[in-house]
Design a protein around this ligand. Structure first.
Ligand code: GAL
Length: 471
């Protein structure tokens, strides 16, 4: 089966992870510019001051993407380039940069797919309470409108937020991301709601402009499965999905929060500080949402906790996706299973879990339009005589694209696939060691770009619309 002609084959990046130029041309500092400078926060103290210098080398990078045959490039806008302090005066040079980037994509017929918020928040807003402060949401809506007005004539696909669960949980539960707060579920839930409210207002504003494009948001897609079919572990999986999936997807797609979670949060005093008017706006906005972006890396295997909870100390390594941690309410824990395959960073490799998860989503939410906005393998690539032989990445993407094709066969409405990432980039916490790209960046040689084996492989997949994939 070929992928339909209007299915977009793309690849993604995020501003902080590629741009560098952290204070160039009037850009203001962000939460990440500050956080990474705190000793011990990132692997070997790496930061995005220069990253892979995409800001200055975007022409070269887009040219390579075009050569690979990419049909679409998902990138994010750094708010602090447009509004250096988060609000107020527009920095024209920031607008110019994204105009140039967009035009460069269009020159090659590459569809720009734009994320408005991929975690880098202007520092003054961070200092004023970040997403806990409802004024951040007000500022965000204004920023988004500026972007629609500046870029919306050419950009027809907007993502409001990337992975709320990650910046909320790593920011306020594990403390691995800014602002580095640990074990504060009240704040965590407040942040999620403030973001969903900002999302709702933003899509309402977008639709008013009649730009006739589409808008949605991207969530982590990490379906939970019980480690076995026992009743208690089936319950554990249901509970995990309610908290990690429904809590995030329902307000966007159905316009309301899942009752199961709401009741429990009410009982434990963790319900967000929401108002009726905010809830009404969320309800009003739900039907305006055009798609949901899914970032799939792995499923989660869960086991019910009975009795004592082992204390797992939070470290940088275990706070970003590897199994072993108890849920915040101590109902279940995620488990590494002997019969599953894992990456070097202990993320499970499971195309099967992807198919069943997508089918589960369709059953729960109906015919929603999905884009896979991220999927890929973090690895330390093998280099032999200068050739980057990233065969495990080829296998990974092959198997996950086959999974997407299978899900489409089973009636799931998926309209595009964006590999993470287009090019090797800065991993938020793991430096440059963890590679994801089709294009290698040589940090020992002036950031020179080089095509990997996967570059040529992906080109053929796109050219044949998936016929070259191996089942
Ligand atoms: C996602 C995130 C990306 C990238 C990826 C791989 O959570 O959106 O920015 O870091 O994980 O680690």
């Amino acid at each position: 089966m070929k992928f339909a002609n209007d299915f977009l084959f793309g690849a993604a990046t995020a501003s902080y992870q590629v741009e560098g130029a952290w204070d160039q041309d009037g850009k203001g500092p962000t939460n990440w510019d500050e956080f990474v400078k705190i000793p011990g926060k990132t692997f070997e103290g790496t930061n995005g001051d220069i990253a892979i210098d995409h800001y200055n080398r975007y022409k070269e990078d887009i040219k390579l993407m075009a050569e690979m045959g990419l049909e679409s490039y998902r990138f994010s806008i750094s708010w602090a380039r447009i509004l250096p302090t988060g609000t107020g005066e527009i920095n024209q040079k920031g607008i110019d940069f994204y105009n140039n980037l967009i035009d460069e994509c269009l020159k090659y017929g590459i569809v720009p797919f734009v994320t408005l918020y991929h975690w880098d928040l202007p520092l003054p807003l961070e200092k004023a309470g970040a997403w806990l402060n409802k004024e951040t949401g007000d500022a965000y809506v204004e920023y988004a409108k500026i972007c629609f007005n500046a870029f919306g004539d050419r950009v027809k696909h907007f993502i409001t937020f990337n992975e709320t669960v990650v910046f909320a949980s790593l920011g306020y539960m594990s403390g691995a991301h800014p602002p580095g707060i640990q074990n504060d579920p009240k704040k965590y839930f407040d942040v999620t709601h403030n973001v969903f409210y900002a999302h709702a207002r933003t899509i309402i504003e977008y639709k008013k402009l009649k730009q006739y494009g589409e808008i949605g948001l991207s969530h982590v897609f990490c379906p939970a499965y019980g480690v076995d079919d026992s009743e208690e572990n089936i319950f554990a999986a249901m509970h995990a999905n309610q908290y990690n999936m429904n809590w995030f997807y329902d307000p966007i797609l159905k316009g309301e929060y899942p009752e199961y979670v709401v009741k429990q949060l009410e009982a434990s005093g963790l319900l967000p500080n929401w108002t009726d008017a905010e809830l009404k706006t969320i309800k009003q906005a739900a039907p305006l949402n055009d798609f949901m972006g899914l970032n799939y890396y792995q499923p989660m295997r869960v086991e019910k906790i009975n009795g004592e909870v082992e204390k797992v100390e939070i470290t940088r390594e275990n706070s970003t996706g590897s199994p072993g941690n108890p849920s915040f309410d101590h109902v279940y824990k995620s488990v590494k299973m002997a019969d599953k395959k894992y990456t070097k960073w202990d993320w499970e490799i499971s195309p099967e879990g992807f198919v069943s998860g997508l089918v589960m989503l369709k059953e729960h939410y109906g015919q929603i339009k999905f884009y896979i906005t991220e999927n890929g393998l973090g690895d330390e690539d093998v280099i032999i005589n200068g050739d980057i032989l990233d065969t495990p990445r080829i296998d990974f993407i092959n198997d996950h694209l086959c999974a997407v094709r299978e899900a489409i066969k089973q009636g799931v409405h998926v309209k595009g696939y964006y590999a993470w990432s287009a090019i090797d980039l800065l991993s938020w916490l793991n430096g440059y060691k963890k590679q994801y790209g089709f294009i290698y960046v040589d940090h020992a040689n002036d950031l020179a770009r080089k095509k990997k084996a996967s570059f040529h492989w992906f080109k053929e997949v796109i050219e044949t619309r998936g016929e070259s994939l191996k089942d």
